[in-house]
Unconditional design. Structure first.
Length: 268
């Protein structure tokens, strides 16, 4: 996987358990020296084309018993149906992982990842990447729009010369700049080894929210041209709709920040 010779995927989310992975129904039971896995994972990036998956399964009765397994996807009992008809992230191959009495050796279990700390630490890394990726999408939307409004003439002068256009551009530039500074500060904290999960949640929540708002506002300035693939803004807006939800919904991140502020967990 490190050298690019194999494709991997990450099997945590289930059809009925996204924000609450502790409730997963995928089970791993001992059978002699082996483990036997049953269950279904959903919305798994790359599963239909991957060579191997890290699948999380409950080996007991509580979330403390959740363990990770390295699963070659050509193992008997596995299928990975493709999820079709997506309106967002269409360039990404997304599918399921269906496990039907999948037998694995004891060595397939990740030895040091017990409970949800393993998968959640992985998600925190992904969320950190989103903090920056969302800013990149917003920046391309704004740069594209700035060029467009200079060239587009309406009522005898460039669209860029109107007050409403300029107020929109000013507000978007302001929010983009704040998002970039937030990402930069979080990067510095990460380099220093002092970043906390709730700080990553703050960055993911703000930057995706603002990037989506920028993409939508840019679309208004491009008019009908904004809905075509000649320009990237609605493609970014469609993709950011998914980013708003994946790696933790906006509501989950609000609750993570709220818990850090108050000391009370409001998930239940």
């Amino acid at each position: 996987m490190v050298t690019g010779e194999a494709i991997g995927c990450f099997g945590l989310t289930e059809p009925d358990f996204g924000s609450n992975p502790a409730g997963m129904r995928t089970r791993a039971r001992r059978d002699g020296e082996d483990w036997v896995l049953n269950g279904t994972k959903m919305w798994i990036t790359n599963s239909p084309v991957a060579d191997v998956a890290v699948v999380w399964a409950n080996t007991g009765e509580s979330s403390r018993d959740i363990r990770g397994f390295v699963v070659p996807l050509d193992t008997p009992g596995i299928s990975c149906p493709v999820i079709h008809r997506k309106l967002s992230l269409r360039a990404s191959v997304t599918g399921e992982i269906v496990l039907d009495d999948v037998r694995l050796p004891d060595s397939a279990m990740l030895p040091e990842a017990a409970g949800l700390s393993g998968p959640l630490s992985c998600l925190n890394e992904a969320r950190f990447g989103i903090v920056f990726g969302a800013v990149g999408a917003a920046r391309e939307c704004l740069e594209t729009t700035l060029a467009y409004v200079e060239d587009r003439e309406i009522f005898g002068k460039p669209l860029a010369g109107y007050q409403i256009t300029q107020t929109k551009l000013a507000d978007m530039t302001l929010e983009l700049g704040k998002a970039m500074l937030l990402a930069l500060q979080l990067g510095r904290l990460k380099d220093a080894g002092t970043i906390r999960p709730e700080q990553v949640s703050l960055g993911k929540l703000n930057n995706v929210r603002e990037a989506l708002a920028i993409a939508r506002e840019c679309r208004t300035l491009l008019g009908a041209n904004g809905i075509t693939l000649e320009y990237p803004v609605l493609r970014h807006a469609n993709n950011l709709e998914s980013v708003l939800t994946y790696e933790g919904t906006s509501e989950v991140h609000q609750l993570m920040i709220g818990q850090a502020l108050t000391g009370h967990a409001a998930y239940r």
